[in-house]
Design a protein around this ligand. Structure first.
Ligand SMILES: Cc1ncc(COP(=O)(O)O)c(C=O)c1O
Length: 333
């Protein structure tokens, strides 16, 4: 899929590695598990946002923006990566951080991602749970305009059709890598939330006539909400690329059985998966996204969901800085 006509700034290191996880595969006792290391995208501590930001920041520059305005929760991964990208391009950065998860310890509030936000010099606006973060974001953008500057607003997760192009590109990268390695995957599994990752992948894969099922393991919403979110953005992204009708409802698979008590709250199966993967493969997951996704991948394998499959690809979407914010929530011994 040729995206060369779409403005892009280079922020990361691509292609990200594709690795086999032999000890985890043996431990789970199912198909072979491979990992696409999007935790190693190269900007700050990596993660899926780098790919989205390459297109979003290019769009901001095209609009002569001077200030990036981005939004997320206290331990979200988008804000520090948006701030890092802004630093790299000489832009200012305003962050709107919602205190949506009921955790109040000092590590959660100040370590991990919030610490990085500070390190990158972003101007941070905290919004308490239940307050309207979107209207705060709009008023921050207005303040930026009043100062005579030009804001570029990035919504939650950077999941717009422009941001999703990062994962359209990832689909091309992945298929080229798989071909080179003589590998094929029966399923692709990754964490899904604001939907840019799954929507972009679906559009990219379908555009290249690849029908490998992409299973998004949800981390906040119900299955029906998450499915609709992915479908809506996939349709908008396909339309944006001039390919309306490319993705249908049947292409969207969201499994929301591993959310646990709620978004950002630690679950015991996630805690176990995070420790197993660290101790078997030296690979760091995160408690909010990739850890819950891995808990789902392990459980689904054990339940026989992947019966008959040879190779499964786990896309590691990053998030490891949150390990430090969740130090007191995780049970690591
Ligand atoms: C580490 C990590 N993994 C997965 C996701 C989910 O990706 P998306 O929001 O594109 O669905 C996010 C962001 O929300 C994330 O920060």
């Amino acid at each position: 899929m040729d995206l060369s006509g779409h403005p892009r700034v280079l922020l990361g290191h691509f292609p990200t590695p594709l690795e086999h996880l032999p000890r985890l595969s043996q431990f789970i006792g199912g198909p072979e598990i491979y990992v696409k290391r999007d935790d190693c995208t190269g900007l700050a501590f990596g993660g899926n946002k780098t790919r989205k930001l390459e297109f979003l920041i290019a769009d901001a520059l095209r609009q002569n923006a001077t200030t990036i305005v981005a939004m997320g929760t206290v331990q979200s991964n988008l804000p520090p990566l948006a701030a890092a990208a802004a630093c790299k391009l000489g832009l200012k950065c305003e962050l709107i951080l919602e205190h949506r998860v009921a955790i109040d310890d000092v590590d959660y509030l100040d370590s991990g991602n919030p610490f990085l936000n500070k390190l990158y010099g972003a101007n941070t606006h905290f919004v308490s749970d239940g307050a309207d973060a979107t209207s705060t974001m709009e008023s921050v953008a207005d303040e930026v305009r009043h100062r005579g500057e030009v804001p570029y607003v990035i919504p939650r997760g950077g999941s717009t059709p422009v941001g999703a192009l990062g994962y359209v590109e990832c689909a091309s990268e992945l298929l080229a890598q798989a071909k080179h390695e003589n590998l094929s995957f029966d399923y692709i599994v990754h964490a899904t939330a604001s939907a840019g990752t799954q929507s972009g992948l679906l559009v990219g894969l379908k555009a290249m006539h690849c029908n490998t099922p992409v299973i998004g393991i949800g981390v906040n919403a119900s299955k029906s909400v998450q499915t609709q979110r992915v479908l809506d953005l996939a349709r908008k992204t396909a339309q944006y690329l001039g390919m309306p009708g490319l993705v249908s409802r049947d292409d969207v698979i969201a499994n929301c059985d591993y959310v646990g008590a709620g978004y950002g709250l630690v679950a015991s199966d996630m805690n176990a998966a995070l420790m197993q993967v660290a101790r078997l493969e030296g690979l760091l997951l995160d408690p909010v996204y990739s850890g819950k996704c891995m808990a789902g991948l392990i459980d689904l394998t054990r339940k026989g969901f992947f019966a008959g499959a040879r190779n499964i690809l786990f896309i590691h979407t990053g998030g490891s800085p949150a390990l430090f914010g969740y130090r007191n929530q995780l049970n690591v011994r």
